[in-house]
Write a protein that binds this ligand. Structure first.
Ligand SMILES: Nc1ncnc2c1ncn2[C@@H]1O[C@H](COP(=O)(O)OP(=O)(O)OP(=O)(O)O)[C@@H](O)[C@H]1O
Ligand SMILES: [Mg+2]
Length: 464
């Protein structure tokens, strides 16, 4: 509205100003031409005192020009007036003075104030004055003043101005209506989105923005929905994680409670049986503490709090030492744990985290391979990568499960894993740790024939 009003006011002033100037100029040019001619004709009559001839000429000219003609002598006294109203009076009009005392040969002026000293023939005070000097051979003899009404001109200019004002008001009303409509149109989807976001802020993660139209608002609504989707998924997976974790913790606790109650309420239990129960409890405590350790690692990874202390390290040594820890376990079950390691493969990584990767994969291979089975761990360098493979001839993984085994708490055979003490966290930790080192882990397996896990770790750090 401000911009429209300002431009209208400026247009109004400029337009009517220049139209007025143009019309006045036209008028003065017209008048002055005829007046100069008339002054040349009447000057000799005035000097020679031919009053009748002068009167006739001036009266008829005044009629032709449709104005009022006056002659003033060199003292500024009105000697002739076609309207015969001011005869004998002295005139102080600036146009007259500029000729008599200012030395000008002609002078013009427009007077629109109602107090003009000399009114037009029909008494209008809005007048144009044209004054020209009358000369004869000896010099200035007086001034011929022509006065005519510009009332009509001013009236039509006023009409233009009032038309412009009406136009302005119409445009202003239309502008207000249109801008209100446009702002409604613009703010409606924004308000709807705001309400959606507020609902989400109050905890309803299922609300989605209404995607309509095109352009930025559509993009905004789509981005918001994508974000809401993410948050909801995150919330779901967090709830899932908490419920899975509670379940995993509850199972060993229940087992322990049963074992403990047996020992507690049977004071006369044979000693060897009692120590067997206590041994089982000890085993459950170990399991519990492992699960808690894994959960801690995972939550630290999620909140990016897991510290990775990378340094140049001999990965060959790390693999050898880690496998060494598992030899007794393999021996116990008559499994053949074969190791083939290329020496001195050096890479940048966190030693204890990579130990965990090797340990988890090899432990799985032992766990999911029957007694007397065959496991082979191999490490070699290929194309600036360290390639670690853990192969077994165990039970294998069905194709439909292979895509999921790296997910948290995912176990192929829930019942069997429970016997072997698996929680389904080992591989998810492996994958995350490997990714933190810029590598990747893949699996290929055939049920009944065995599994092959391959870890690729870059030997040179990016940007190194
Ligand atoms: N070498 C393997 N052979 C056959 N199945 C495997 C092998 N490694 C993993 N799996 C399957 O993948 C599942 C997920 O393995 P993961 O190591 O994550 O969990 P887990 O061994 O059950 O428990 P955790 O390692 O947390 O103690 C296992 O439960 C098992 O079904
Ligand atoms: Mg495991």
């Amino acid at each position: 509205m401000l911009i429209i009003s300002a431009s209208f006011v400026v247009t109004d002033i400029l337009l009517t100003g220049s139209v007025r100037d143009y019309l006045y100029e036209q008028r003065i040019r017209q008048d002055s031409l005829s007046l100069e001619r008339l002054a040349a004709t009447v000057a000799p009559l005035f000097v020679s005192g031919q009053t009748d001839a002068l009167n006739d000429t001036l009266t008829s000219s005044a009629g032709e020009l449709n104005g009022r003609l006056l002659i003033l002598d060199t003292d500024g006294k009105i000697q002739f007036d076609s309207s015969a109203r001011l005869l004998g009076q002295r005139s102080e009009l600036p146009e007259i003075l500029s000729i008599l005392t200012g030395g000008a040969s002609s002078s013009y002026g427009i007077h629109t104030l109602p107090d003009a000293a000399v009114t037009s023939a029909d008494g209008d005070a809005r007048v144009v004055y044209c004054a020209v000097q009358m000369v004869d051979g000896t010099g200035p003899v007086g001034v011929l003043l022509y006065c005519s009404s510009v009332g009509e001109l001013i009236d039509s200019l006023d009409r233009v101005e009032s038309n412009l004002t009406v136009l302005f008001l119409i445009v202003a009303v239309i502008a207000v209506i249109v801008s209100v409509a446009i702002s409604r149109l613009l703010t409606k989807p924004i308000n709807a989105l705001t309400r959606t976001i507020q609902k989400m802020g109050h905890g309803d993660l299922s609300v989605r923005a209404n995607v309509k139209g095109t352009g930025e608002l559509r993009t905004l609504a789509e981005s918001y929905n994508a974000m809401a989707e993410q948050i909801e998924a995150l919330d779901r997976s967090r709830n899932q994680f908490v419920s899975n974790a509670s379940h995993e913790l509850k199972t060993p606790l229940t087992t322990m409670k049963i074992l403990l109650e047996n020992v507690l309420y049977q004071p006369d239990m044979p000693l060897d049986m009692r120590s067997e129960f206590l041994g089982d409890m000890n085993h459950e405590i170990d399991r519990l503490s492992n699960v808690v350790g894994d959960l801690l690692t995972l939550t630290q990874m999620d909140s990016h709090r897991l510290e990775i202390k990378k340094s140049r390290m001999n990965f060959s040594e790390t693999v050898r030492e880690t496998i060494h820890l598992l030899i007794p376990q393999a021996d116990k079950r008559g499994q053949d744990l074969n190791v083939r390691i290329s020496p001195n493969i050096v890479l940048t990584g966190d030693r204890s985290k990579l130990e965990q990767v090797v340990y988890n994969l090899t432990e799985n291979a032992l766990k999911y391979t029957p007694d007397g089975g065959h496991i082979e761990v191999m490490l070699q360098a290929r194309n600036h990568n360290a390639i670690l493979t853990v192969q077994d001839n165990g039970i294998g993984i069905p194709p439909e499960d292979q895509a999921h085994i790296f997910e948290r708490f995912y176990r192929v055979d829930k019942a069997r894993s429970r016997d072997t003490g698996g929680t389904g966290l080992g591989l998810s930790i492996v994958r995350q740790l490997v990714q933190m080192h810029g590598g990747e882990v893949t699996v290929s397996s055939k049920p009944g024939e065995g599994s092959l896990f391959t870890v690729r770790l870059p030997i040179e750090e990016k940007g190194e």
